[in-house]
Design a protein around this ligand. Sequence first.
Ligand SMILES: Nc1nc2c(ncn2[C@@H]2O[C@H](COP(=O)(O)OP(=O)(O)OP(=O)(O)O)[C@@H](O)[C@H]2O)c(=O)[nH]1
Ligand SMILES: [Mg+2]
Length: 604
Amino acid sequence: MQRILMVGKPNSGKSLLFNQLTGLRQKVANYPGVTVEVKRGQCQNYEIVDLPGTYTLRGLSRDEEIAVQEIKGAIDRDDTALVLCVLDATRLERSLVLGLQVQKLARERNKSVLFALNFIDEVHRVGESIDTDALSAELGSPVVALSARTLENLHEFKQAMLGYAADPQSILPTRSLQEGELAAKRSHQLANQFGMQLDVVLKNQNSVDRFLLNSWTGSIAFLAAMFVLFQSIFTLATPLMDGVEFLIADVAEKVSAVTPVGIFADFMNDAIFGGLGSFLVFVPQIMVLTLIIGLLEDSGYLARAALMCHRPLSFFGLSGRSFIPYLSGHACAIPAIMAARTIESPHKRLITMMTIPLMSCSARLPVYALLVAVLVPRDGTFLGIFDLQGAAFFGLYFFGIITALIVSQVLNKAMPRDLEDSDMPFILELPTYRMPHWKPLMHRVLGSGTAFIRRAAPIIFMVSVGIWVLGYFPLNSNLQTSWLGQIGQFIEPVFTPMGLDWRYGIAILMSFLAREVFVGALGTLFGMDDADDNVAGLSEKIQADGLTLSAGLGLVLFYVVALQCVATVAMLKGETGSNKLAWGLYVAYGLLAYVIAVAVNLIM
Ligand SMILES: Nc1nc2c(ncn2[C@@H]2O[C@H](COP(=O)(O)OP(=O)(O)OP(=O)(O)O)[C@@H](O)[C@H]2O)c(=O)[nH]1
Ligand SMILES: [Mg+2]
């Protein structure tokens, strides 16, 4: 299949255009460095290739290097029909630097370039326009204006692109940079001649940034944003979670009313509704978290937050660019570790990747929510205004971040780095503030819920069933005397210093497969232990069972620190190239978590 290669500077709308052309749903967000690996899709009979953004053909960071390698490789290949260079019409000068360099390379190899002048809606909105015919004549390659967001001229653009791809020789560049001519200088000239007035672009942005980037007001705004983020994951989701819990209890009751008493009824009650059901309750939280992170990413604030954090993060051996992977690590560590590719310094990138697993990812949410509900009174307030459970939630996230910073500092001191690394500048383009793009955001929110279920449900189901079988047999035994009970007595001494009995021990051991399993496993165990088979929420059952505050706090902090995710280990191995490092972290964070939990239990 012939290919069309999409290149452009970061944040120029390549991935949104790619999605429109291919019908796929790659991640799109309003900060530079969203796409960090090559993505492929199909438009009619062409393969469309979406690349990470890069400002020049001398990629600095890992994601830019990947883009540059791919561009250089593709231009030499016979099956590359067309190079599609996406320009941000509101930032013409910065977009054209790469465009001109790519065009020069393409012309040398007899390849054609089409310029997609994206963001034309924003140009029109301020009453300006760009003369694409004249720009095209100056560039020596066709230029087509469009908006990948409002879909203005998208259809015409697609027809033109397919036409040119079928006959690329018709648009071979008629001119390009001369030998020795600088792309930066030429794009400056072209932007002066054709681009928007810069003060129009920056007018609104500057007044907001004066507030958000000021060291006082900006810091307060930053802290407030983070507090609202983490607290609202809890408070916004609580009514939704209550709704799901009610629904599951209702279905459970109806099912048990029609199933005759016996093994099957016990199985449904304990393994299915107790195990799998108690985990489904937390899906709304995952969706609320995705929504809030999505709003931050799409508004343009994220890059500002990264800038605000650069100084404090540098102190711990990190970079302002570490902020974005850290934040997205609160949804899931796996894409976050990949997102660290945008960090130019290899030293800082490595430290960032090694500490991302300490960010409280969404798989920990069910554990946090369950234990906060058990340990913290529901209607309490903090300082008289904040919801106490929400504040406790914030505290857990904060504990993870602080631990990550301390570990970073230790790694920074312990690991050698070369001088050049310390000398790397911190450069981050600040995107224009934009209203979030609702449709893709909603897709993402729903997608996060279904992905969470799809990923975790099978393993939770298997573990719940396994635990149920081991706990149910031999027939006529109770949980204590069952096979599982016998295994439990054997492992219990390891968990006694944490103040926990063997049932928690089994759930913790199982959660080394995947964290989400903890709640399901505990749900099954407490369901089986509950003689009345009532369908009360798991948290009430644990409360009634008498979990002490010290053991409960130790337990939840254990989950903040432990790296119980095999997929994260695999990703760490892939990105660092070291199996030893990846499994070493798995063991080290597990031990650190255990020590913290024991210390909290003993000291309190
Ligand atoms: N108004 C407007 N916004 C757009 C347009 N195209 C993209 N955007 C927005 O611009 C931002 C960046 O879009 P992406 O598609 O992620 O940009 P990208 O070039 O893939 O960025 P990287 O992956 O970082 O290189 C998102 O917030 C999009 O919603 C457009 O034509 N008009
Ligand atoms: Mg992209």
